[in-house]
Design a binder for this molecule. Structure first.
Ligand code: AGP
Length: 589
């Protein structure tokens, strides 16, 4: 949700900023801009669309600057609304939402100040400029201004004539780093990564001052804070696409490794804090968004059916405003690939306030969610670049199912051997190759249905989300038995249906729904582990996946659905890695 960078040092700032922004593009790609200062000359360049549009200004002189890649909240994507925003001697890049921007803007306009954009972020430039005029100190000005803002912000600020960058953070992530004779700031590590650089994650309410000599961190009262640095290494650099045309395709191929690296076998957990927290839980609450929410649904199927632990799965943005009932003995599991999703963070915080223990399941060490939770279990998906989550979904399942395996061991309940899953996912990818041939049937679809029951329904929901995200086709993941209660009215020959059947107890039941949609002219595609179903006359095409415990089957059944979305997106001419309107990390409400 917007990426920000800043650099002060010996090198030319423009290429450092532009390369940094490219590594943050997963956070937004509506428009981008940089401000570079050469002596007292501040140059501000903004472009619509991708960061690459800034490449033509890499040659700008000046060794200090800030940059931004935008995901629009206030105001349309346009050069006018792109960052940096400037007023007086101030230039600002901002990630977050300043919720009282309208009131602050009115105050500024009453002083006769003129605004040139529709953004909340331009307000930040005005308020900081106002304080800078009176305080004549950039750190003090940002400190005073930050007190006036409600909502969330990560800010990096330049002032004409000042050889420093000042940053502030509330609720939106911000990391500062120092190398030899240089200071940097960014929304995420990859934009900072270079061997040996010392990084510091800013906490809520903190500010930082970056000069050529040092990086200083201050608390909300401007007292200097001393903190151990975290030493960056090259492995934190952004991965490349390798031999693949898109990150999404590469990341699907990486699922077997992601699963292997995310398993948390009972013996590894023995006597650990995780084991302790798990074994004291009577109820599980999951809080998560999007794909992570679907991982939570899959976990709930398995937790209730296999271990009889009552489990509720909450959309984090709903949970936080529902005054949730959190019975004693509830363990809340916050699932988030990025560890920075604003709604999931708020929900986990609320669960803690209601005396629940919180386990974070996240792919990013040192992320905000892991700093908030009692215990963190890291998934081992490795960096995921494509906006549509793929390997992180299976990694989350591997970790969540591992938690259940730990509990099963405690309770002496037999559990599916999770160590088989890495090979099974590999086999599933191979068996899904034929999916590319399905895409032509989806190009003119009016809408698409994914049907299933039980765990298959959870898989259907994730398959549908994937298709929507990158093909822009309307689609729904639906409970197979519920279709006839109304939604069947939508089905006709332009409504392809994908049915998922992996549970022997539910074959006939889901096949009933298949017959119903087939009778209304729908083409039916099948993902199943039962060979006999593939030959049925209603089935236009099928993928036969390996069998596993039906409660855990989304680990495998979602793979062909991810590939389906990928191939349909390609056939429609969409960029599967950067779908319109979306960003990978949603750090605003
Ligand atoms: C998945 O394809 C989406 N891009 C999105 O739904 C994502 O899963 C959601 O925003 C949650 O993100 P998180 O896992 O980083 O918290």
């Amino acid at each position: 949700m917007c990426g920000i960078v800043g650099y002060i040092g010996k090198k030319r700032a423009a290429p450092v900023l532009i390369d940094g922004l490219k590594k943050l593009e997963y956070r937004g790609y509506d428009s981008a801009g940089i401000a570079v200062m050469d002596g007292d000359n501040m140059m501000v360049i903004k472009r619509c669309g991708r960061v690459a549009a800034l490449d033509e200004v890499r040659g700008l002189s000046g060794t200090i600057g800030i940059g931004h890649t935008r995901w629009a909240t206030h105001g349309t994507p346009s050069e006018r609304n792109a960052h940096p925003h400037c007023y007086g001697r101030i230039a600002v890049v901002h990630n977050g939402i300043i919720e009282n921007a309208a009131r602050l803007r009115a105050t500024c306009e009453a002083r006769g100040e003129v605004f040139v954009s529709d953004t909340d972020s331009e307000v930040a430039a005005h308020i900081i400029a106002h304080y800078f005029e009176t305080k004549n100190d950039l750190l003090l000005a940002v400190h005073c201004a930050a007190k006036e803002f409600s909502g969330s912000f990560a800010l990096a600020v330049l002032a004409v004539g000042e050889d420093e960058i000042v940053c502030a953070r509330r609720a939106s992530p911000l990391i500062v780093a120092e190398g030899e004779g240089e200071g940097l700031v960014a929304s995420d590590i990859p934009a900072l990564a270079a061997k040996g650089r010392r990084a510091y994650v800013l906490e809520d309410g903190e500010l930082a001052r970056l000069t050529r000599e040092k990086v200083q961190i201050f608390d909300a009262d401007l007292a200097l804070r001393l903190r151990e640095p975290y030493i960056l290494n090259e492995t934190e650099l952004s991965p490349g696409k390798g031999r693949y045309a898109h990150f999404m395709r590469k990341e699907i191929e990486e699922i077997p490794d992601a699963v292997r690296n995310s398993l948390f076998l009972p013996d590894m957990a023995r006597n650990s804090r995780v084991c302790d927290v798990l074994c004291h839980a009577y109820y599980f609450d999951i809080v998560a968004c999007g794909t992570a929410y679907h991982s939570g649904l899959c976990f709930a199927c398995a937790a209730e059916r296999l271990l009889r632990v009552p489990t509720r799965v909450h959309i984090a943005s709903e949970y936080r405003y529902t005054d949730p009932i959190v019975p004693r003995g509830t363990l809340t599991i916050a699932v988030s690939q990025s560890g920075e999703t604003a709604d999931t963070l708020a929900a986990a915080r609320l669960a803690r306030e209601r005396a629940s223990s919180v386990i974070a399941v996240t792919n990013v060490a040192r992320s905000s969610i892991s700093r908030l939770a009692d215990v963190t279990v890291l998934t081992g998906a490795g960096r995921e670049v494509a906006v549509a989550a793929t390997k992180s979904f299976q990694a989350q399942l591997a970790t969540l199912y591992s938690l259940l395996a730990v509990l099963a061991k405690q309770k002496n309940i037999p559990f599916f051997p999770l160590e088989n899953f890495s090979d099974l996912t590999k086999e599933t990818i191979q068996k899904s190759e034929c999916i590319a041939g399905w895409s032509s049937y989806f190009l003119d679809a009016r809408s698409v249905f994914f049907l299933g029951r039980g765990a298959d329904r959870c898989a259907a929901m994730e398959g549908s989300l994937k298709l929507k995200e990158i093909t822009y086709l309307p689609s729904e993941g639906y409970a197979a038995g519920e279709l006839k209660h109304g939604t069947l009215a939508l089905v006709d020959s332009r409504t392809p249906v994908v049915a998922i059947i992996t549970d022997p107890r539910l074959i006939d039941k889901t096949m009933n729904a298949v017959h119903e949609v087939y009778a209304r002219g729908a083409k039916v595609f099948l993902v199943t582990c039962f060979p006999e179903l593939c030959a049925q006359k209603e089935v236009a095409a099928s993928v036969l996946i390996p069998a596993c415990d039906p409660e855990l089957s989304p680990m495998l059944s979602v793979i062909p659905l991810q590939l389906l979305a990928y191939h349909v997106a390609l056939a429609l001419g969409n960029d599967p890695d950067k779908p319109r309107n979306l960003a990978k990390s949603v750090t605003v409400e």
